[in-house]
Design a protein around this ligand. Structure first.
Ligand code: GDP
Ligand code: ZN
Length: 308
């Protein structure tokens, strides 16, 4: 067989030198053309999620010739690298924030952090509260009502009993969905509940691409079908709030942003200024008090400017 050019594929996984590319549902091991090897930050320019054009050498190997335009970029801060930005994945359609009712305990502060990251990356977000077999969902109905009203759909699931899993499954169709959430909330269990064959598939990708090489990142696009992919990102601690400064935080809190337009001062931080419409809305209950407290916590953790 001769070399076949311009074959469309999607990058599922990156190791230092090779990439697992899905071509029509088959995994092909690819290297990349020299011109694509590094971008300005020193990382390889091909990212997980990239739609690429491949020159197919044989059935199992090829060379990535071209990266097609990206529609979104999901990035994070690497604190040990002086707040350098690292791209986690590209062409992500939506973020699914997974929390659990218990073990680990539900924390709305964590939810709001993830929602800020989603807004900052211009990604729509969906919320899933898992492990409803451990605590009654009615305890969380006020959250469901509030966040749904903000535009974030809220699903309740149990990966153990499968309650709510079929309803959740529909959100994955024809999308690349990034799963985020603390370790232990049930991300892996939910994905396996949705696609039991996956255990096999995941193992196969790793096997094919790992041939004695170090993975530079554990980010991986997992195919649920030919058109649905999920990304299981590494732990929360590394997911910093890249490039967000104090004054901009309100832009990523949709409710606070709405009320902020009515504040007396244009540069109101909504902490203790007079005539603050946000604080009034918290007092009347129009803004969830817990959400406002989460805003304050995140606000105090951020820098005022790039070189503080
Ligand atoms: P991940 O770290 O987010 O991928 O979480 P895992 O899927 O590894 O799950 C962590 C632990 O929680 C495992 O012991 C699972 O068996 C358990 N678990 C996951 N989902 C549920 C659930 O819906 N209910 C209960 N009771 N346990 C669950
Ligand atoms: Zn204000």
């Amino acid at each position: 067989m001769g070399i076949q050019r311009d074959i469309a594929g999607k990058v599922l996984k990156a190791t230092r030198k090779t990439y697992a590319v899905s071509i029509g549902g088959e995994i092909v091991n690819c290297t990349i053309r020299g011109k694509l090897v590094t971008d300005k930050s020193g990382y390889n320019s091909v990212k997980v999620g990239d739609n690429v054009k491949v020159a197919l050498v044989d059935e199992e190997s090829g060379v990535i010739d071209e990266i097609l335009p990206r529609k979104s970029v999901l990035s994070r801060t690497i604190e040990s690298r002086a707040y350098q930005e690292q791209i986690i994945a590209v062409n992500v359609d939506q973020v699914l924030v997974i929390l659990s009712t218990r073990n680990p305990k539900f924390k709305s502060g964590l939810l709001d952090r993830y929602l800020v990251i989603a807004e900052k990356n211009h990604l729509s977000a969906i919320v899933c509260i898992n492990k409803i077999d451990l605590a009654p969902p009615k305890k969380f109905h006020s959250y469901q009502e509030y966040y749904t009203h903000l535009g974030y759909p809220v699903y309740f699931t149990s990966a153990l009993t499968r309650e709510g899993v079929d309803a959740l499954e529909k959100i994955f169709h024809q999308n690349v969905t990034a799963l985020v959430g603390h370790s232990g909330v049930g991300k892996t269990s939910l994905i396996n509940a949705i696609e039991p064959r996956l255990n096999l598939k995941v193992a196969r990708i790793s096997e094919r691409t790992n041939k004695g090489q170090h993975t530079t990142s554990s980010v991986e696009l997992i195919p649920l079908s030919d058109e649905a992919f999920v990304i299981d990102t590494p732990g929360i601690r590394e997911l910093g709030l890249w490039d967000i400064y104090k004054k901009d935080l309100q832009d990523y809190f949709l409710d606070i942003r709405d009320y902020a337009q009515e504040c007396r001062f244009a540069d109101c931080t909504h902490i203790n200024e007079p005539g603050c419409a946000v604080k009034s809305a918290v007092e009347t209950g129009e803004i969830f008090k817990e959400r406002y407290e989460n805003y304050l916590n995140i606000y105090h953790s951020l820098k005022s400017a790039a070189y503080e």
